[in-house]
Each structure stands twice: as structure tokens, then as C-alpha cells.
Design a protein around this ligand. Structure first.
Ligand SMILES: [Zn+2]
Length: 885
């Protein structure tokens, strides 16, 4: 494919460009280098996503070959870098996923104006950065940029993959000041524990940040851009081939790659260029010294074509490996969930307790496990897993002469050969590691060493390199440790005795375990797969809930910069959304696979309700049901139950898995008073009148059907409880609960805008509606009538809500105007008789003002009525306050 280079702005791929992709050396070997010219006279503006979008002469129509022979026009074969897209970065946030948005195109970096800036725009920015959702922050919430303002009036649909694709005023066109710099807070709705590497915002091999996303947290690797100005370029830049080429390159790229890849598979030889990686040191954090090389983890960035080949090769062998891998390996495998390894530990512990057996949990730590994998050993293990013939040869070819260059402060080192380790960042790496460690798990399994649940072997639940050793006999655990040490010696890796420990549960006697002749620690608690297990409490996880609440608090604190708590007048509707996206996943992480006590649930509830009160500015005495009804939320327990029930379906669906076997056994054998996690599932399905777990095991429902079933059942259950509870509260008698819909905020928040004043008005209204707006009558009641209940303004009547909102003469001036507006509004829209009914009966008028959603026939007007009535209430409130001063 040839592209004539008319201007500097053109994106292009050249036919010789294929050669300069880093496959050059193999040109003759593989016969690559199609001379066919596919595109010509390409006129790009530089803003296209794909070269195919540029106007051109048409597919395979060109005069380039001819012209080249004659003279005059030069078909460029030099690689010119062209900026197609815009990249984004976040600045001055308190954590990684937040900050002022800055956009970069070419050499230009600047901020974005916040006009029309909303969650849709934030979503696009956050997705560009690898997060799933985002929230917008306006008014330079993260400070002002010093650069130019490059985008203005950005209005995204939310589905764009680049902010530049959204509607805006054009690059550099803005009438804003820096006080309007836009920001975002990004978050994931679900915390995934799977690491992935991404080229972010990259549009060519020369730009784009390489980032790693792990557990919802992202880290930037090689934070400098790949600004190789020198001619010597290395992978992934060496081939000038990027993820974007794959994405947008269209048929041309597919054709070329297919040829190349087929040749690689046919000849079982991998061009060395594809094997060059860039090693990037990633600071591990956690207070480690920056000058110690051990504080850095190496991530290797590999070529995009190489990745594609690895992926293809892996997909050919994946099922064969899955069939042979230990049932206790829960990491990096499709259909397996790492959290299940935690569930096995939970269940083993309960099992031991109910059998009055001690249990010993050995948490061992393989030193730099991925980095020191012994290649020859790995090849042998691959072969043992039935990867043979060309498949095996290709795998070996991939690992032979693997070269890495280190990038540090923008400079590259000389390349060095990698003789050991699987690259963190390689496509094959996690699976290769699983294969490498599999023989260890098999030794335990085949020799039946370690704990069982019934006849189901559970002694070594594992997530990737995280092998947990569990036994009910102290000597057996020592044997397990010895076996692991032996395996480590044979396979040339080592286990850290300092970082390994044993949790000794249900055994008061003295026992010691040894590793490398060193006595292992036996602490009272230790963290395993993100869950702190202790040795003394009822279910062994008493620290988990306080930990989660602590984490949630930190998250909320970080979100305050974006206005959570309404510091800059954010509508609680938005705050609830933020909490759902950012706080809840962290608050509930892992709680579905442990056994919680009533105290745990109570702690979570208290925290959650208090948070919902804070975002609505409601006093702490507000009834829980009011807090929930106003925000459209259910008690936090319901969320945990949903997670548990959905996990159970996944377990049932994982045929042949350990967890499914455990489920079958426990459901059949355990009595109702058992503490087993699976008995809790029985109780939940009964509580929600769902199909029994046995039925689910028998016939596993489709994921989306089960999800819907569970959501409806759980939501209905709690909704009914909530409504019943709300109805019994006299203080909340004006709050209409019949309209309560899970996930939908009450009309007072729905109708309120996001301007400070309108939120303030709605806040007064929220107090009135929830019965926490204090009037003289309430004071009298609290004081056992030692205080007078007489209105402090007119001294004519007891000051209750009716008096304050409708009757008190002292406030008539404020009231008259709004009542008139309200009446005019209704007169225009509805039957005069109905209007009379509403205004002539005090009870009706009071209800209309406090919560108009009681009147279904006004549904079309709820928003307008709410705005007027909240202005009325706020006006009365201000007048009353000023009169009492
Ligand atoms: Zn009065």
C-alpha cells in the first residue's frame, strides 16, 4: 500500500513501510513486502481515525508505481509521524483517577472549558483512560491550568472513544477563562482483579502512554512519551505498528498481518524484532525507598503484532491447558473467579470449626515469582501439559532470544537477552506461569496432602502465584511447606521465609513451622487475597468490615473534591450516583465470600445510612427509612445478598469445579444450623422466595435471567419493608412512599437543579418532608411540654407544619405570592374543580406543598410544582429565621 505524501498532516502506511515495521530483516525469508499499491492520492486532514476515511482514489487504484518510475512524485517510504487523535491526562487530583482534564494534540497541551461539561463528557475522558465511568467536575475543581484552553462547549454522547470526536467548538476555540477548567473523577463500577496493559491515547508508535490497570487501579508505566527522535527505534515503536492500526487499519492491515502471521505459524519462527520488549520500572509504592531497585516492578511493553501472535497461539492452547490445570488454580482463567479461592478458605475454616478440628493456613510468598521462571523447566512443563509439535516449538521460539531494553528517563539501554522469567505484560505470561506452578498443585492433590471438605480436596487454593497451604494437622502443613520448598529448588525459584506465615486456628498448643531452617511467623492475623483473616474471631474476619469502612471513608474524602457532600451545591442525585460507582464497590469488596456477623452488617448499615444522610444534609436523627426513600436506595445488606446470589449461580455454572463440588456436598449434607456459606445461600433463597440452590445446581439459569430474578426479588423484599417502616413513622406522614422506586431519587432531588441555591432550597424541603424541620410544636414535644408550643412569630396558635406552611399570618407576605403562582399553574393545566379541592382543603394544600407526588393526577406537573413549593418553603424558612433573629 502506498500513500503519496502531499502534506505533513497525512497519516500513512507505506508499502516499504511494511518493511520498516521491523519485519524488514525477514522480508526475503518470509517473502513479505507486497508491491501491490492499494491506496493512492490520500487526502487526509489529519483528523481521521483511519486512513480509509480519507478521500482517496479508490481501492487499489493508483498511479504511484507508474509515477515512481517516471519521476516527479516521490512515493514516500519514510515514516512521518502524524497526530490523528487527542490524548487526555488528569492533573492535580488527590488520587490517580481524578483531576483537571488536559488534552494534548501534537505539541499542544491545554485544558478544557466546563461549559456543557457533564457526566457524558466525563465518561468519554474516563474511558479513554481505561476506567468505566466518570463524573464531571466544574469550575476548576482541580485548579487552573497554565496552558491554553483547547476545547470548549464539549458535548459528548458518551459513546465516543475520543473526546475529540464529541461535539465542540474546534481545537483551540474557546471564550472561557481558567476558572472554568473542567475536571473528572473516574471510577470502575466493578473492581476487577485482572491486570491488563494498555496503550492509552496512543495513535502511533511514537505516542501514547503505556499503562497497567490492576484491580481498578491504574499505574502509568514509562510516563514519558515514546519520543524517539533518533533513527534507532525499538519495539513497540520499532515496527511503527500500534493498537490503533489494528483497530482502524481495516482490510489492508488484516491482509498484511494475515500473511505475516500465517508465515510465522507455518515456519515456526518468530522474527526477533517482534520479541523485543521495553522494560519499564513501575514503582511499587507502599512507602518503599525510591532509590532501591527492589521497590520497582518491571513491566515489559511488547510489540502489538507480537501480542497478536501470542494471543492467537494462546487461544489454540488455552482449552488444553484449562483441562489439565489443577482445579484449585483460580487465577487468570476464563470462567474462574479469584474470589472463589477466598471462599474455599472461608468454607474450610467453618468446616473445621464445626468438626472441632484445628486448621492451619500457610501463606507463602514466592520471591519475584514471574520474573525468575526457569525457561527450560517451563518448556518441559508445557510439554507435560500436552503442548507438542509445532505448538510447543512456537512457544519455545517465542522465549528464545527474548530481548529487552530498559527505558529510564526517556533513554533506552542496550538490549539484553532474557534467560528467565515470564514478562509481566506478555499475553502468554499468566498462563505460562500457571503451567509452571501446576505440578506443585498436582503433587498436593495427587498425594492428598492438606485439607478436605468431605472427599473434595481443598488443600491448596491458588490464585496465580499465590499458593495457600491448608491442613488440619500441623505436621501435614509442615510437609506441604517442605514439598513447596522442594518444588522451588527443583524449579529454581525461592520462597521468602520472612514474608511467609502460618495462621494457627483452633489450637492453643505450641507449634512451629520451618522454612529454610527459619521459624515462620504465626501472627494473629494476615491478609490473604485482600481479606484480613484473624485467628480468634467467630468467622475469622472481624477486621474486614472496619477495613472496608475505612477504605470507603477515604474514597468519600477523595470525592469531596468533586463536591460530594454538596460543598459546591451538588445535587444528592449526583452524589448517590458517585457513591454507587465509587464507594460501594470498595465498601463491599470481598464481603460476598466471607461470613459476616450481625455486628458486621450493623456497622455497614450505620456507615451507609450516615453517608446518605450527609449527602442530603439531613440531621443525624432522621429516620433511616426516610433517608433511603429520598435517595431511592435499599439497606446495604441487600447489595451483599445480590452479590452472594449471583456468585452462587456462577459457582453452579462452573461445571467440574471444586466450588461446585463443595456446593453439592454442603447443600446435601449440612443442617440448617450450619454456618456454611452455602447454608446462608439456602436461607437467602428462602427469604427472597427464589428457586432453591439445589434447583439452581440442577438447572443453571442463564446469567441475565438469574440476575433479573434476584434483583427483582431482593428489591421487592426490601422495598416492602422500607415502605411499611416509613408508614409507621408519624414524623414522615407527609412523605409519599408509594412512588418509591429502587435507584430513583425522590421528586425533591429529581426536580432540583445543580445550582447552589436550588440545592439549598431542596435541602430545607428534605428536612420538612422527613419530619426533621424543627418547629416550636416539636420543641415542646421534646421537652415534655415544659416549653410552650405557641408560634414564636404570631403567638396565636401552636406552631406545627400546617401553621408554619399555610396559616401563620406573620409569613403571609411570602406565602401569598407562591400560592398564587401555584394556583395559576394548576388552573392552566387541570380541571378547576380539582384545583378548588386542592386549595380549599388545608390537608390537601399541605400535602401538595410538602410532597405533591401523592397526587398521581398531577404527575406531569410534579417537577414544576416541586420547584415552586421548594421556593415557598425556603422563603418561609428564611423569613421565619430573620424574624426570630
Ligand atoms: Zn404563627
Amino acid at each position: 500500500m502506498a500513500v503519496e505524501s502531499h502534506t505533513q498532516k497525512k497519516p500513512f502506511i507505506t508499502n516499504t513501510g511494511v518493511t520498516s515495521y521491523g519485519i524488514a530483516t525477514n522480508k526475503s525469508h518470509f517473502g513479505i513486502g507486497t508491491e501491490e499499491i492499494l491506496l493512492d492520492d490520500v487526502e487526509c486532514t489529519g483528523e481521521e481515525d483511519s486512513i480509509l476515511e480519507c478521500p482517496n482514489e479508490g481501492w487499489k487504484i493508483n498511479d504511484c508505481g507508474r509515477v515512481r518510475e517516471i519521476a516527479g512524485v516521490k512515493c514516500s517510504d519514510e515514516v512521518t509521524h502524524v497526530t490523528l487523535n487527542v490524548t487526555v491526562s488528569l492533573h492535580d487530583g488527590s488520587f490517580e483517577g481524578e483531576g483537571r482534564v488536559e488534552v494534548t494534540r501534537g505539541d499542544e497541551t491545554g485544558s478544557v472549558c466546563d461549559d456543557y461539561w457533564d457526566y457524558k463528557d466525563a465518561n468519554v475522558v474516563c474511558k479513554m483512560l481505561g476506567y468505566s465511568v466518570g463524573i464531571s467536575v466544574k469550575n476548576a475543581g482541580y485548579g487552573s491550568s497554565t496552558g491554553p484552553i483547547l476545547l470548549d462547549n464539549v458535548q459528548c454522547q458518551g459513546s465516543e472513544s475520543n473526546i475529540y470526536d464529541c461535539v465542540h467548538e474546534g481545537w483551540g476555540n474557546s471564550n472561557c477563562g481558567h476558572a472554568e477548567d473542567a475536571g473528572v473523577i473516574c471510577g470502575t463500577e466493578r473492581v476487577t482483579k485482572k491486570a491488563r496493559i494498555e496503550l492509552v491515547g496512543g495513535k502511533s508508535g511514537k505516542e501514547g502512554r503505556v499503562e497497567m490497570i490492576y484491580g481498578g487501579v491504574r499505574g502509568t508505566l514509562c510516563s514519558q512519551q515514546f519520543d524517539d527522535t533518533k533513527a534507532t527505534i525499538i519495539s513497540p515503536d520499532v515496527d511503527k505498528f500500534t493498537i490503533e492500526h489494528l483497530k482502524y487499519g481495516g482490510q489492508t492491515v488484516v491482509n498484511i498481518l494475515t500473511k505475516l502471521i500465517n508465515l510465522i505459524f507455518k515456519t515456526v519462527a518468530v522474527p526477533n524484532n517482534l520479541k523485543i520488549g521495553i522494560g519499564c520500572p513501575l514503582f511499587k509504592n507502599g512507602g518503599k525507598p525510591k532509590e532501591d531497585p527492589n521497590s520497582y516492578r518491571r513491566i515489559t511493553i511488547t510489540s502489538a503484532i507480537g501480542k497478536t501472535i501470542e494471543k492467537l497461539h494462546l487461544s489454540r492452547n488455552k482449552s488444553s491447558i484449562k483441562n489439565q490445570q489443577s482445579r484449585l488454580q483460580k487465577g487468570f482463567t476464563e470462567g474462574e473467579s479469584p474470589t472463589v479461592a477466598g471462599l474455599v478458605v472461608t468454607e474450610l475454616r467453618i468446616e473445621a470449626k464445626e468438626k472441632r478440628l484445628p486448621i492451619y493456613i500457610g501463606l507463602t510468598d514466592a520471591k519475584k515469582a514471574f520474573d525468575i521462571v526457569w525457561h527450560a523447566g517451563l518448556f518441559r512443563e508445557m510439554h507435560k501439559m500436552n503442548i507438542s509439535g509445532d505448538n510447543w516449538l512456537l512457544f519455545r521460539a517465542w522465549y528464545e532470544d527474548l530481548t529487552t531494553k530498559v527505558k529510564w528517563e526517556g533513554n533506552y539501554s542496550r538490549g539484553f537477552k532474557e534467560k528467565q522469567g515470564v514478562r509481566q505484560g506478555g499475553v502468554w505470561s499468566p498462563t505460562a506461569y500457571k503451567v509452571f506452578i501446576n505440578s506443585l498443585l498436582k503433587i498436593y492433590e495427587e498425594n492428598k496432602i492438606g485439607s478436605y471438605i468431605g472427599s473434595i480436596y481443598c488443600g491448596a487454593p491458588t490464585v496465580a502465584d499465590d499458593v495457600t497451604l491448608i491442613a488440619n494437622d500441623p505436621y501435614e502443613l509442615q510437609t506441604m511447606i517442605n514439598i513447596q520448598m522442594d518444588h522451588a529448588n527443583k524449579f529454581r525459584y525461592s520462597i521468602s521465609e520472612q514474608k511467609s506465615c502460618v495462621l494457627k486456628i483452633g489450637d492453643k498448643s505450641e507449634h512451629s513451622w520451618y522454612m529454610n531452617d527459619q521459624k515462620l511467623n504465626t501472627p494473629i492475623n494476615a491478609t490473604h487475597l485482600g481479606i484480613k483473616r484473624d485467628i480468634n474471631s467467630k468467622f475469622g474476619v472481624k477486621e474486614v468490615v472496619p477495613d472496608r469502612i475505612q477504605t470507603a471513608r477515604k474514597t468519600v474524602y477523595a470525592l469531596m473534591g468533586a463536591g460530594l457532600y454538596g460543598l459546591n451545591g451538588i445535587n444528592p442525585k449526583v452524589s448517590v450516583h458517585m457513591i454507587k460507582c465509587f464507594v460501594i464497590p470498595r465498601l463491599l469488596y470481598g464481603l460476598d465470600i466471607i461470613r459476616l456477623t450481625k455486628t458486621d452488617i450493623a456497622k455497614l448499615s450505620v456507615y451507609y445510612i450516615q453517608l446518605l444522610k450527609q449527602i442530603q444534609h439531613l440531621p443525624s436523627r432522621t429516620a433511616n427509612s426516610a433517608v433511603l426513600v429520598l435517595t431511592g436506595q435499599l439497606p446495604i445488606e441487600s447489595e451483599i445478598h445480590k452479590k452472594m446470589l449471583s456468585l452462587f449461580r456462577n459457582i453452579a455454572d462452573n461445571h467440574g469445579s471444586v466450588e461446585r463440588s463443595i456446593a453439592q456436598r454442603q447443600l446435601a449434607l449440612k443442617t440448617r444450623d450450619s454456618e456454611s456459606w452455602f447454608i446462608q445461600i439456602i436461607k437467602l433463597t428462602e427469604m427472597y422466595e427464589l428457586p432453591s440452590p439445589i434447583e439452581v445446581l440442577d438447572l443453571v439459569p442463564e446469567k441475565h435471567i438469574w440476575k433479573k430474578l434476584v434483583y427483582n426479588a431482593v428489591n421487592d423484599y426490601w422495598k416492602n419493608i422500607l415502605i411499611l417502616e416509613a408508614r409507621t413513622k408519624v414524623s414522615m406522614k407527609m412523605l409519599n412512599v408509594d412512588n418509591f422506586k429502587v435507584g430513583v431519587v425522590h421528586n425533591i432531588w429529581e426536580s432540583s437543579g445543580s445550582e447552589l441555591l436550588s440545592v439549598k432550597r431542596a435541602c430545607v424541603k428534605a428536612k420538612i418532608i422527613s419530619g426533621t424541620y424543627t418547629l416550636q410544636a416539636d420543641r415542646a414535644k421534646f421537652n415534655g411540654n415544659r416549653t410552650s408550643s405557641l408560634c414564636p412569630l404570631c403567638f396565636k396558635q401552636s406552631e406545627d407544619l400546617m401553621h408554619f406552611l399555610i396559616k401563620c399570618n406573620s409569613l403571609e407576605g411570602v406565602r401569598r405570592k407562591f400560592i398564587m403562582l401555584l394556583r395559576n399553574l394548576l388552573n392552566d393545566k387541570i380541571n378547576a374543580l380539582l384545583v378548588d379541592d386542592l386549595f380549599n382543603f388545608e390537608d390537601n394544600l399541605l400535602q401538595l406543598i410538602v410532597d405533591c407526588t401523592k397526587f398521581q393526577f398531577l404527575k406531569q406537573l410534579w417537577t414544576t410544582i416541586e420547584r415552586l413549593s421548594s421556593s415557598l418553603c425556603f422563603g418561609l424558612h428564611q423569613k421565619r429565621t430573620s424574624l426570630l433573629l
